[in-house]
Design a protein around this ligand. Sequence first.
Ligand code: SF4
Ligand code: SF4
Length: 288
Amino acid sequence: MKGTALESPPKSSDRSLRTMRRCLLAAAFLLLILTPLLNYYAGITFIQGWYQSLGIGELRLISPLEGLESILVSRQIYVPVLIGMLAPLVLAALLGRVFCSWVCPISFLAEAVATLRAWIMRKKRFHDRLVLGKRLLWYALVGELLLSLVLGAPLFVFLSPPGLVGRELMLAVYSHRLAWEGILVVGIVVLELLTRRFYCRYFCPLGALLALVGAKRRLVVAHRPDRCTGCARCAQACPLGLRPELGETRTAYCWNCGTCIESCPDRALQFTWQTSTLPLSNEIGNKD
Ligand code: SF4
Ligand code: SF4
């Protein structure tokens, strides 16, 4: 896998995907800030919680990993938890790991750091200093679930970086303090100065679970070899270090961010809705 990436903006004139994704990431982050403020200071409680457990009116959405952990640790199945997990699971099954690339607050922070870094470095090449094997992601998921079982406590409920952002904001508004676990988020943001999506690529169990559920997703980035000139701009642009020109958009690792689509000057990549599921050989991805 390549360890370098070009941090300059895409050459393609079509930047609408990037704008849309950044707007959604910013809106999702803003929701995390506004929710506790509205709950606490204005008494408006239509929306409550954060992305581990989010209540919108009567609807409750529960993060699949935290829900699974709670079921495994308690060895009891709570129907409301299952119902709350359903919508995120269906979304991942159809669209893949889009929560990661379009909603997650960690992605928002990482993208902010990447934008700042690109601005500081201008057109210099960025060298990703920490490139590991992609399969680490699956080990992170299995390890996290096993550890929770052994300890008898749902670890990710307390230590999930995507959840911690919302929890810290809630604590700051309600108790005017922060929890020490928030240091994990600071660490991830600092690491982002040296590498790209290090935590998301290799260590996030939630990202791994969503990738697994979305392995046979219907929304994929399709590559058109007849248009491809092999310039590899897409590979340089991919935040996960994938090789779209070699078909890695179809592996479970791809989170459908669309960055490679914008970076291609020949429009050889495009979002496609598949009517049949992905071939078995592409489910997990076979390259490291
Ligand atoms: S991998 Fe984890 S931290 Fe990264 S974007 Fe996905 S859920 Fe968020
Ligand atoms: S292959 Fe393309 S869509 Fe998939 S993660 Fe990389 S840049 Fe995003």
